[in-house]
Design a protein around this ligand. Sequence first.
Ligand code: 6PG
Length: 480
Amino acid sequence: TQARIGVTGLAVMGANLARNLARHGHVVAVHNRSQYRTKTLVEEFGHEGEFVPCETPQELVAALERPRRILIMVKAGVPTDAVIEEFAPLLEPGDMLVDGGNAHFLDTRRREAALRERGIHFVGAGVSGGEEGALLGPSIMPGGSAESYAALGPLLEDIAAKVDGVPCCTHIGPDGAGHFVKMVHNGIEYADMQLIAEAYDLLRQGLGMSPAELADVFAEWNRGELSSYLIEITAEVLRQVDAPTGKPFVDVVADRAEQKGTGRWTVQIALDLGVPVSGIAEAVFARATSGAVELRQAARGLPGPTPHTTGPAREAQAGTDFVEDVRQALYASKIVAYAQGFDQIRAGSAEYGWNVDPGALATIWRGGCIIRAVFLDRIREAYEAARTPATLLVAPYFTDALAVAQDAWRRVVARAVELGIPAPGFSSALAYYDALRAERLPAALIQGQRDFFGAHTYRRIDREGVFHVFWSGDRMEIEG
Ligand code: 6PG
């Protein structure tokens, strides 16, 4: 029998996707640069389905039915180009190379264009869900041609996670669209993780709650509107006790957050597109701040707030339920972060002509991926409504949620400031909310300053045209 699909690159993600395909009854040809991985996979998991072990790219290509489908699961960057160069000469027009790594969408666009010249479909597919997702059902975001999706879609939908029977996989759009939305997915993931971390920090430092108590709080939150994979695993991480020391696990881990780059890319591209993704940016910068060892060392002695404003005693006085306030602040900030991420997707889609359907995207993010949440169903509903909202903040469900949460949100941000606990995610999200709803912004003053020092001109609220004040002379306005 000819294999339906080939997988090259059998590290954990590749091996698990190959197993997932085999478990669904598809014959999978498997290949890895060093053969021990191929051998191990077939020895350990051969009973799960039908694998065709291949020692060389030539063997893999020969094992496949046509048009050939080859899934590349190697490290993003130079290794991907090397694998493409190995396989492309062996392929025929109509064959498909699928890159399931976290590639930069601009690389994907370049590769797609080059391979299209050679008649080969190149499909940049975002795959989310980590190791377990790859095996049990990830969320898959394939870009590339509609023609390639016709041949690949059924296979990918088969192995993707399902929510209410709907597969978490859909054709996102041409060329780099799939990797673009995966990038923004990761940016949103960063923002969501930062907000959860701030909620933890505020309750831990602000109320003196223990990690075990906080595990209960997050487990409880996971039963409500915040219900999501990230909240669920937060409870588990907080409940973990370090065996050698007996201390809470979270207290023995070095407090420097690392990153592999997708969050940073999201912000870089957002800057180019001019989309304010402040929540994602704050999350990336917060990781950078945590890792700035020398700066933190040097600044450790700087004074914080005077003690009388802090501590649980004030909590009693204030007469509010701070835990519930933090939950509301987290939810409101999360709405802002997702709204900004979806804005970036709309902007990217317009810039590159992808025609990405935000409702379909929210649908495939409901399951399988790291940001999977009940919440995504609300986003899906917002985008499937008769009138597409200009921002998720004005979709009725979210407007109501923000109206309910906003007093608590303000109290939490004010309290964070009083206590000297950094909450850049919460506070920047609130600032964004207040900026968007403002009647007037001080940007008018900035325009005045620009015109003053650089004759950069300004527009007026009451007349068309561009204007300039002769600042260094009679200070009369001239129309330019
Ligand atoms: C996913 C994840 C995954 C990525 C992690 C880690 O969707 O399954 O996004 O692709 O490995 O997000 O990213 P950082 O190392 O940058 O935190």
